[in-house]
Write a protein that binds this ligand. Sequence first.
Ligand SMILES: O=C(O)CCC(=O)C(=O)O
Ligand SMILES: [Fe+2]
Length: 281
Amino acid sequence: MPRAGMLPGGKPWHQKKSVMKGALEAASEFFELSTEHKEMFASADIQQPIRYDTSSRDGISTARSLLKHYANPLEDWVQFWPINPPTYRKKMGDYAAEIQGVSMQLMEAIFEGLGLGPLYLQEKLENGVQFLALNNYPQFSLCGDKVGLASHSDYGFITILLQSSAGLEVMHHEDNTWTAVPAIPGALHVHIGDNLEVLSNGQLKSLVHRAILNPDESRISIASIHGLSMDEKVHCAKELVDEKHPEMYKESSFQDFLDFLPSNMNNYKRFVESLKIDRDE
Ligand SMILES: O=C(O)CCC(=O)C(=O)O
Ligand SMILES: [Fe+2]
């Protein structure tokens, strides 16, 4: 077990806190620059496989802007990251590496809890996808929509989220009500994604969440999504399937999810619902 004052991953707490602070600074500087110099970010600075987007309604930029890029292994992806602000790659890289370590420790504990052993899928996760989604939300204004990001569940096994101020809300499975997740300085929020629901054969459920605009200030969140590599299929762990607990979900890969998204997302609250095997047929 981690000692008090330490997070899994080894570094003392105060060092991790400064890594988190650095990531929020880098994200905030990136979004400031990208708003001021849209043309620069539409061309040279941003290449595939990185995506920068901003949405506006009736010409007013009410909704979030976002930057998405891969992060693991860092040495393969960092070359695609923004070169401006100049500190971006260092600060976000330190954060990404730290969080990848934290995710490995959390996955060990989760697999142990499921009875699969702490080393289950370890190598595949070490070489798996880490996907960073940086979100920049404007302050809530009375004329706009209060929802900055509509309800969804994340793909992958777990998401580790850092928020600059409050805005994240999570939905209870039992009654579909929303609870706000407080923004505690230096705290990370972790939730379960669709892959872990499939792998655990339904023992764990992916969490539906959304982002609400903050009435007092603009807000940044950094979601780090952890999963297997792009084409690797995730299926129910065979150790968790028996006569009493038949396989509940079809297998799928990250790539299947990306292919599914554009046309189907409106039909399902969570991607994982499209994978459910109907046993009444
Ligand atoms: O901004 C937030 O708090 C949530 C972000 C999120 O859910 C995502 O990027 O998938
Ligand atoms: Fe999410």
